[in-house]
Design a protein around this ligand. Structure first.
Ligand code: GDD
Ligand code: MG
Length: 426
């Protein structure tokens, strides 16, 4: 079987973070979007990384020794930075992108080739994933668009690879969702219903941002598929994980086109589209608000599975994840729903809630950060207040006593005066 992963798109809603990295490579919960995955798999990935870093020259690393030794959670991957041979300095801020986990899960159910449908920063993705080909024991190829082809056009472009004459169905995945991947169940269900396509669905509170599915709960047959409906249609939505028969390719032209708007509604109208409810946790983390909500859901699920991974102490409220290399000063109050990345320094008396502080950030004394994302290697001055979905890109520097109310700040900026209402600072 084959699989195509949609890794294109410009990730505009997650800017300015995606100005530094393609969306699938942005850190989540201090590390990759994979913590809800099985322990065994992560240990294996640790080993892959260790092998890769040991076998290649030209990289600079830190903390490599601990790589294989550490337990899966205290993942030293986050301590690694390296320099690419291309001459272009690239910091990989300690992530395992979710697609690696997707690829492993695909391999487990017999997928032999994964096609990455790419249009944005292809060189970063390709050079990264090519390293994994041998290690994962699966063929990884790229299908590169010269113009963005949307969510269906890439299938037409990769038609030659997907329709290999075997008649086997193939997987299609959105790359920006975090969930478990019950692919074996998906295959079983797909084979049982005799339709042309199966999509996984999940329930959400705000369905209008997604593709909404109206289905018969018993048979799973989809009556309607409505992408981003303006009026309420239902609360079961497309989770971005599909298994499609090759015949679906006959419905797609080689042009920019949307599988959600043009293909699924048609298949549903012919009563050949089926849906399976995805068990457990799911989130599309492609928007800042959802990224922050995704962190809350994720930390909740981590609390249930292995609460010892979360920080504890009188200065902690609720679920908080602190990387072991982060330094926390005296008299801080942290939580709930906070992730603090590797190498961060949180000075004394800081208050953090509902936020992500990415690798290498320094937050100075008596500052308060809530409902915000502080990008890699940024600094926030003392007595500052950062709130209301403020997103700082990589290497942003906020002066002392500045207030940011929903500021979205592009990478490498210095902010000396307050941002009083939500706005983009270029
Ligand atoms: N190769 C390629 N080319 N990939 C693309 C392109 C493109 O032109 N445009 C988007 N993608 C990829 C994105 O990287 C992402 O992995 C996936 O296609 C979906 O695009 P998004 O931009 O993230 O769409 P969305 O989140 O608004 O909606 C989609 O996902 C929802 C679930 O998260 C739809 O599939 C909805 O129906 C669904 O509910
Ligand atoms: Mg998305």
């Amino acid at each position: 079987m084959k699989a195509l992963i949609l890794v294109g798109g410009f990730g505009t809603r997650l800017r300015p973070l995606t100005l530094s990295f393609p969306k699938p490579l942005v850190d989540f919960a201090n590390k990759p979007m994979i913590l809800h995955q099985g322990r065994e798999r992560i240990v294996k990935i640790d080993n892959y990384y260790a092998d890769i870093f040991l076998s290649r020259s030209g990289f600079q690393f830190a903390c490599l020794v601990n790589f294989v030794m550490r337990n899966w959670y205290a993942c030293a991957l986050y301590s690694v930075e390296f320099q690419y041979h291309s001459g272009e300095m690239m910091h990989l801020h300690g992530f395992i992108p979710s697609i690696i986990v997707q690829i492993e899960a695909l391999k487990d159910v017999g997928v032999t080739e994964v096609i990455l449908a790419i249009n944005y920063q292809p060189e970063v993705m390709i050079s990264f994933l090519k390293d994994f080909e041998d290690k994962l024991g699966i063929k990884i190829t790229c299908s590169q668009e010269t113009e963005p082809l949307g969510t269906a056009g890439p299938l037409a472009l990769a038609r030659g690879k997907l329709a290999d004459g075997s008649g086997e169905p193939f997987f299609v995945l959105n790359s920006d969702v975090i969930s478990e991947y019950p692919f074996a169940e998906l295959i079983r269900f797909h084979r049982s219903h005799g339709g042309e396509a199966t999509i996984m669905v999940t329930k959400v509170d705000e369905p209008s941002k997604y593709g909404v599915v109206v289905m018969d709960d018993e048979s799973g047959r989809v009556d309607r598929f409505v992408e981003k409906p303006k009026i309420f249609v239902g609360n079961k939505i497309n989770a971005g994980i599909y298994l499609l028969n090759p015949s679906v390719l006959d419905r797609i032209d080689l042009r920019p086109t949307s599988i959600e708007k043009e293909v699924f509604p048609k298949i549903a109208s012919e009563k050949l589209l089926y849906a399976m409810v995805l068990p457990g946790f799911w989130m599309d983390i492609g928007q800042p608000k959802d990224y922050i909500t995704g962190l809350r859901l994720y930390l909740d699920s981590l609390r249930k599975k292995s609460s010892t991974k979360l920080a504890a102490g009188p200065h902690i409220i609720g679920n908080v994840l602190i990387h072991e290399t982060a330094v926390i000063g005296q008299g801080c109050l942290i939580g709930p729903d906070v992730a603090i990345g590797p190498g961060c320094v949180i000075e004394s008396g800081v208050r953090l809630s509902r936020c992500t502080v990415m690798r290498g950030v320094r937050i100075k004394k008596h500052t308060c950060v809530s409902s915000s994302i502080i990008g890699w290697h940024s600094t926030v001055g003392q007595w500052a207040r950062i709130e209301n979905m403020t997103i700082l890109g990589e290497d942003v520097h906020i002066s002392d006593e500045v207030y940011s109310n929903g500021g979205v700040v592009l990478p490498h900026k210095e902010i000396k005066s307050s941002i009083l209402k939500p706005e983009i600072v270029m």
